[in-house]
Design a protein around this ligand. Structure first.
Ligand code: FES
Length: 161
């Protein structure tokens, strides 16, 4: 689940530069917010007071727009995705234990993102003969066990550290 373009790491200085670049536009709030998301991949909540100050708006005004439009995600997008199969064939040979162990290792429930890793469920990957199965960044993995999955998660975390 990579976005395919390089994002700038968030900093207040970089955010201010983006805001000032678009502040002169007519009706600048939405263009500024979109430019921040395009630059950083998400809208860091600490940018809200910067936007408000630069555009002479209240923080509540900016916050209201950010929360109204679903485009403005306020956490970084995941760069890796672990999809674990929860359909019957996988369930019957330990699929649920895989979900539980991945969830415990990442510290988030399935359907959530922890740092750069999204943990999601899928219902059959067409690998029933190799159950339990998962897909890691689009690559199918069969006959997965908990220690192998833990190692894969370690690898993903190390690659983005
Ligand atoms: S049931 Fe898991 S791959 Fe088909």
């Amino acid at each position: 689940m990579t976005c395919g373009r390089a994002l700038t790491p968030y900093s207040a200085e970089a955010a201010l530069a983006v805001i000032r670049e678009h502040a002169g536009l007519r009706g600048p709030l939405l263009p500024v917010l979109h430019a921040l998301v395009k630059t950083f991949g998400y809208l860091d909540p600490s940018a809200v007071p910067l936007v408000a100050a630069e555009l002479n708006l209240s923080r509540a005004d900016v916050h209201g727009v950010v929360t109204f439009y679903h485009d403005f995600r306020t956490t970084p997008a995941a760069t890796h995705e672990i999809r674990i199969c929860r359909a019957e064939a996988c369930q019957s040979v330990g699929g649920e234990a895989l979900v539980a162990s991945a969830s415990a290792k990442l510290g988030v429930p399935v359907g959530s993102t922890q740092g750069p890793i999204a943990l999601t469920e899928v219902f059959c990957l067409g690998l029933c003969g190799l159950a339990p199965a998962a897909q890691i960044d689009g690559q199918p993995v069969g006959r997965l066990d908990q220690s192998q999955l833990a190692g894969l998660i370690d690898g993903l975390q190390a690659s983005t550290a």
